[in-house]
Design a protein around this ligand. Structure first.
Ligand code: HEM
Length: 167
């Protein structure tokens, strides 16, 4: 018998056909387009989602354009600390209309964060110039920076806050 290939026997013919088929599958893998969007990872990402996932655009806000993002409509919640605008929508329990810190929503929260107070007088009316924070003591500035650190680790920075007449 030896190693010589005897295609005459039906078993060998079948094996040879199977090998040819397998090699063909390896060299020319079938490209199958799924008819519906897969919901789990199977062999690879050969598909595109129907639409692009939501993105966050870095924008310039003024006190007036920031104010609508107060979550009262169930929408996005933004707040600013020292000119940095954070998207705190994920913290709706804190900043939503019934949240303990809801008064910071849509507002410049710098002074309140610095002084560790959510008293309403911490907030600058939205039609007024930005709070310059010049009277804050060094430890209050430090406290505010600590909050910026906390927020940077937890939330997405989505813009900066400038004066109402700056844009
Ligand atoms: C009665 C006093 C207070 C209590 C019992 C309290 C309680 C809490 C609790 C339990 C958390 C959640 C911590 C976490 O899960 O990460 C928190 C977070 C926070 N607190 Fe207070 N707090 C008080 C006063 C204040 C005051 C006066 C401020 C004013 C600035 C403040 C600002 C914040 C902020 C900004 C957060 C972070 C929320 C976030 O991660 O988005 N808290 N507080």
């Amino acid at each position: 018998m030896g190693l010589s290939l005897d295609l005459g026997t039906p078993v060998n013919t079948a094996l040879m056909l199977y090998i040819l088929y397998s090699v063909q599958r390896i060299i020319f893998p079938p490209i199958s387009k799924p008819t519906s969007i897969p919901t789990e990872f199977k062999a690879g990402y050969s598909w595109m989602p129907k639409s692009h996932p939501p993105t966050v655009l870095f924008k310039t806000f003024t006190p007036k354009t920031l104010e609508p993002f107060n979550g009262k409509d169930g929408g996005r919640i933004l707040l600013a600390i020292n000119g940095i605008v954070f998207d705190v929508t994920a913290g709706r329990n804190f900043y939503g209309p019934n949240g303990m810190y809801g008064n910071f929503a849509g507002r410049d929260a710098s002074r309140g964060m610095a002084k560790q107070s959510f008293d309403l007088e911490m907030l600058t009316p939205v039609d007024q110039p930005l709070d310059k924070l010049e009277d804050l003591k060094p430890d209050e500035i430090e406290n505010m920076k600590g909050w910026i650190e906390h927020f940077s680790n937890k939330y997405i920075i989505c813009g900066k806050l400038v004066e109402n007449d700056a844009i």
